[in-house]
Structure formats: structure tokens, C-alpha cells
Ligand binder design. Structure first.
Ligand code: PEP
Length: 243
């Protein structure tokens, strides 16, 4: 598993109960291994636990257990045997005002449990056009990771998701992704003293995955919209897992 690529589906707030039942029936026929991670709406997570594949929650509370209506604590996530938690997704940062400091707090809480962390970072279009991509990534990574006691480096995976590429059909070139991921890996190893896996996310689909999968330093993909279609997601998984 160490050097195998991951394919993570961030299904966001999609699919109703009948649709998710059909979805789970279909994916259960595929015998996916632990390289495949499904992150459905939290309500549906119990359908995904204890299977041949893995599952993750899309967000966690920035607080421990307590009187926080509507929130889900990482302790609850761990107690439900959920494998991963996405932290710092750009939709959380943009729509729910999650700052780098809030993201850091969530990482700290998640590190106390056996749940693996998928830490999302990425620049907006405005930041990219102002040539601030590396500066933004460095700040996001430094705030989230600096000084943490990360005893087990396999617990954290970084997902590079340019905000302007999410749900837009726009994708950076392979060499842009390769360069940015190399930068992220350098920063992470300077901060933590070791390397972390880095995924790419942003408009990955069944039509562009073969080309994206040629990038040498990518450790997997975080797939949003396309993961809600069993057919499309299966094609992506086949390219990455059977490479
Ligand atoms: C995401 O939201 O993590 C994502 C990558 O979305 P999409 O694949 O739809 O761009």
C-alpha cells in the first residue's frame, strides 16, 4: 500500500437515499481494494464501513465532543471505524469561513485518533493570477503542520486542489501539476522532516485521467463530481489502480 496510488471520491452533498443504495450495490460488486476511498455525505457513511475499500468523512468539527449542534467530532468518526477525514476542503474554506488556523485545529484533533487525514490546500484564481500560488501553499501547509508531533507520517496525506480547477472543467497542465507537487513535497519535508503523499484534485474525470496519470510525482487523485457516477469513477479507478 505504501507506494500505491490512492483514488479518493469526494461525493460532496450529492445523492438521495435510493440513489446511494444503488451506488453501494454497484461498488460492492467491484471488489475494490484499500487504494479506493469513498467520502459520501456523513449520513451514508455506515453503508461504506467494513468493506474491501475504505471510506472517509468530508469534514470534522474543530472542537472535541460536546454541545455543538450539527457537528461531528473526530472521536465519533474514529468510533465508527471510518478510515479518513478530509480537512480544509476549499468549499469549507470559502463557504464556511474556515481559516488556516481552524484547519490546523482540526488536524491537531484528528492526529489524536486513528483516522487518516486528507489535508486540502490550493490557490484561488486570483492568487494564481497574482503569482502567489507558492506563497499561499506555503502558508496553508506551514500553519497546518508546523510543530506538530507527527509520530506516524502515514497519517497525513496532502491534496493539492487548485480552487479554480474544482468543478470547473479547467485543469492545470501536467508540468504545472508536477512542479507544484514537487514544491509541496519540498515544503512538507522542510516542515515535518519527512515526505507525505500528495494527491491532485480538480476536475479529474474519466476522459482526462489517463493523461493526468502520467505525472510522475502524484500519489493519487481526489475526485469530486465524477465520483458520484459509478461508471465514471470506475473508469478512473481502473486507470489508476490497474496501471
Ligand atoms: C473536489 O471538490 O475535491 C474536487 C476535486 O471536485 P471536482 O473533481 O468536481 O473538481
Amino acid at each position: 500500500m505504501e507506494n500505491k496510488k490512492l483514488v479518493v471520491g469526494n461525493m460532496k452533498m450529492n445523492l438521495t437515499a435510493s440513489e446511494i443504495n444503488k451506488y453501494v450495490k454497484e461498488i460492492d460488486k467491484k471488489n475494490y481494494n484499500e487504494q479506493v476511498v469513498f467520502c459520501p455525505s456523513s449520513l451514508y457513511l455506515p453503508y461504506f464501513v467494513g468493506k474491501s475499500y475504505k471510506c472517509g468523512i468530508q469534514n470534522i468539527a474543530a472542537t472535541d465532543l460536546g454541545a455543538y449542534t450539527g457537528e461531528i467530532s473526530i472521536k465519533q468518526v474514529a468510533s465508527m471505524k471510518i478510515d479518513y477525514a478530509i480537512i480544509g476542503h476549499s468549499e469549507r474554506r470559502a463557504y464556511y469561513h474556515e481559516t488556516d488556523e481552524v484547519v490546523r485545529r482540526k488536524v491537531e484533533l484528528a492526529l489524536q485518533e486513528k483516522v487518516k487525514i486528507i489535508l486540502c490546500v490550493g490557490e484561488t484564481l486570483e492568487e494564481r493570477e497574482a503569482l502567489k500560488t507558492y506563497k499561499v501553499l506555503k502558508k496553508q501547509l506551514t500553519t497546518a503542520l508546523k510543530g506538530l508531533d507527527i509520530a506516524n507520517n502515514k497519517k497525513i496525506i496532502v491534496a493539492y486542489e487548485p480552487v479554480w480547477a474544482i468543478g470547473t472543467g479547467k485543469v492545470p497542465t501536467n508540468s504545472e501539476i508536477e512542479d507544484t507537487i514537487a514544491f509541496i513535497k519540498d515544503i512538507v519535508s522542510a516542515i515535518c522532516g519527512f515526505n507525505l503523499k500528495v494527491l491532485y484534485g480538480g476536475s479529474v474525470n474519466d476522459a482526462n485521467i489517463a493523461k493526468l496519470n502520467e505525472i510522475p510525482n502524484v500519489d493519487g487523485y481526489l475526485v469530486g463530481g465524477a465520483s458520484n457516477s459509478v461508471e465514471k469513477f470506475n473508469k478512473i479507478i481502473e486507470v489508476v489502480v490497474n496501471q
